[in-house]
Ligand binder design. Structure first.
Ligand code: SF4
Ligand code: SF4
Length: 286
């Protein structure tokens, strides 16, 4: 069975991406939800997943020195560009970049490269069905690898359960995790706000996404804070081959909904109604 993947992204945080994803997740039928914002996940606040499986994520390797084999010649310390080896010939886990230079250089074969736990990923049952999500430990890198890992798991579950849709809440920005979240997806929904910086970030993320040949859709959130800029962005999107999914107004219900950990579609709200229309349009067209 072919699986469609829809990723929701924004050029920067705080544009309303998670609200949109949570709403779409609650509106859609059978699907797997992925929270690919592994550095700062927040989809769980609305979807309240109950963990079914937890797995450690080993993002990269670090060096370890076997004191019984080490003759303290100091070569590894001299070579390490990251000052990760101290006077006692122990490796600082935070400083070590895993380049393995010490491993290859050690004349006593006292160095081993060992996988380091960098976070966790989970399969869970949420308000919107099966959800795959993750958390990277603070300061850890390799979020792109973790995103790839949870997308792979979501696909596996989709195949096993005959589910034809995967909905991905992508990370903000244009870095490596965004690429990992959007590579190969069928559709990308871009969520933005009508501000100068919002427009700038939107153009940057679209430039990046052009390489992937996914169908792109635009939602302008809080369009009423600058109606002219909204129109300008809408015109730009249409002339850039991006399909326009709709505008969301500033919704006074949002702070209350956030405090209750709810999405707009869970209550009788104007933005909830509009999100329903957008989801219908997206799925009709998809
Ligand atoms: S290079 Fe090998 S033997 Fe020399 S100090 Fe480092 S770990 Fe010890
Ligand atoms: S693996 Fe590289 S960064 Fe880590 S201690 Fe060895 S030389 Fe330094």
């Amino acid at each position: 069975m072919s699986v469609r993947e829809i990723a929701v992204v924004s050029g920067k945080g705080g544009a309303g991406k998670t609200t949109v994803t949570a709403s779409f997740a609650l509106l859609s039928g059978r699907k797997i939800v992925v929270d690919a914002d592994v550095d700062a996940p927040d989809l769980h606040i609305i979807l309240k997943p109950e963990v079914l499986q937890a797995h450690a994520f080993k993002g990269h390797k670090i060096a370890r020195i076997n004191k019984r084999l080490c003759n303290e010649c100091g070569l590894c310390r001299k070579l390490c560009r990251f000052n990760a080896i101290n006077d006692e010939f122990s490796v600082d886990e935070v400083m070590c970049e895993g380049c393995a230079l010490c491993y290859f250089a050690c004349p006593e074969s006292a160095v081993t490269m060992e996988e380091k736990e960098s976070g966790f990923w989970f399969v869970a049952k949420s308000k919107a069905g099966i959800m795959v999500h993750a958390k990277l430990y603070p300061g850890e890198e390799n979020s792109g690898k973790l995103v790839t890992q949870i997308r792979r798991k979501a696909k596996e579950i989709a195949q096993e359960e005959n589910v034809s849709l995967i909905l991905i809440d992508g990370p903000p920005g244009i870095g490596c995790p965004v690429i990992s979240s959007t590579t190969g997806v069928t559709d990308v929904v871009l969520v933005t706000e009508p501000t100068l910086s919002g427009f700038h970030d939107l153009r940057r993320v679209v430039e990046l996404l052009k390489a992937f040949n996914s169908r792109m859709w635009l939602i302008i959130n809080r369009f009423d804070i600058n109606v002219e800029k909204s129109q300008e962005m809408e015109n730009w999107a249409l002339s850039s081959g991006i399909e326009f999914l709709g505008r969301l107004p500033t919704d006074p219900n949002i702070p209350t909904l956030q405090a209750q950990c709810k999405a707009p579609v869970e209550e009788d709200t104007l933005s909830g109604e509009m999100l329903k229309e957008m989801w219908e349009k997206l799925t009709e067209e998809v």
